[in-house]
Design a protein around this ligand. Structure first.
Ligand code: IPE
Ligand code: IPE
Ligand code: MG
Length: 249
């Protein structure tokens, strides 16, 4: 049976840097250690899919120097981590647009994806140049082409069908974590989080460690998920026949 799918909006790198009197990029740099620790800590928490929001399509609005540092970090991460990721059975894939990722980072990413393709202990998904709205529109466009070519009819476009095209069979998010105190989704996995439990923490991403991940998972385990149904409360059990009730007195 598959374990949990956890999504994390890794926020607060800039604030962490300011707090430590350092340039913003140092916050991103320190955030990589948090990624490492979250990945290492996931299997023991029964997390089998971990989706990390690394760069949103709206993050292109940031100064070119910061964007450049972020993709440099991505390239470094993909290169340096490969051996450990392979060793620990982590399969890495990326979601989001690829065509705008700088070539050297894209190539390292593809190498890492290829090197880890057969692994299955943990599926680490990196959301890069990612926009949930764009992803949903892209899936819709793909289905429209299928209709246009006469391969499917409009009636075939159901939520399940769109889900299949959009997610490629990756299970929905069980637990969505956002660090650094903001309580918004910022265009992350809008479809896949339909019934996700949300967990917000003030911890800034560079300070986030597996103990924080464990705390979030423990809170998740205490939640009651109903998916629109009713929880089975004891009083709902069918009443015992009268004779039995009398005998039990
Ligand atoms: C998150 O940290 C990392 C990315 C968005 C790439 P921020 O850079 O958004 O940090 P804050 O929100 O400015 O503190
Ligand atoms: C969301 O964080 C994107 C990532 C964590 C990669 P932002 O810091 O970009 O989001 P907003 O601008 O605060 O909504
Ligand atoms: Mg931010």
């Amino acid at each position: 049976m598959s374990g949990l799918h956890v999504g994390i909006i890794m926020d607060g790198n800039g604030r962490w840097a300011r707090l430590h009197g350092q340039p913003r990029w140092r916050g991103h740099f320190s955030g990589v250690e948090s990624v490492r620790d979250a990945v290492r800590g996931s299997p023991e928490l029964d997390i089998t899919t971990l989706t990390l929001y690394a760069f949103s399509s709206d993050n292109w609005k940031r100064p070119a120097a910061e964007v450049g540092r972020l993709f440099w970090l991505l390239r470094e991460y993909c290169g340096r981590e490969q051996a450990e990721l392979v060793e620990s059975g982590v399969r890495v894939t990326a979601i989001g647009r690829r065509d705008r990722i700088p070539k050297s980072a894209r190539e390292q990413l593809t190498l890492l994806e290829d090197a880890t393709a057969s692994l299955s202990r943990l599926h680490l998904r990196l959301a890069i140049d990612y926009s949930a709205q764009w992803a949903i529109a892209d899936a819709a466009r793909l289905l429209a082409v299928e209709v246009d070519r006469g391969r499917i009819s409009p009636e075939d476009i159901t939520a399940a069908k769109l889900n299949g095209v959009l997610t490629g069979g990756v299970p929905p998010v069980d637990l969505l974590i956002r660090t650094a105190g903001e309580q918004r989704l910022s265009d992350f996995l809008l479809w896949e989080t339909a019934y996700a439990e949300l967990w917000f923490t003030d911890v800034l991403w560079p300070d986030f460690r597996r103990r924080d991940l464990a705390e979030a998972v423990a809170a998740f385990r205490r939640r009651e998920r109903k998916f629109g149904g009713l929880r089975p409360i004891p009083d709902d059990r069918p009443a015992k026949p009268a004779a039995e009730r009398v005998a039990a007195r």
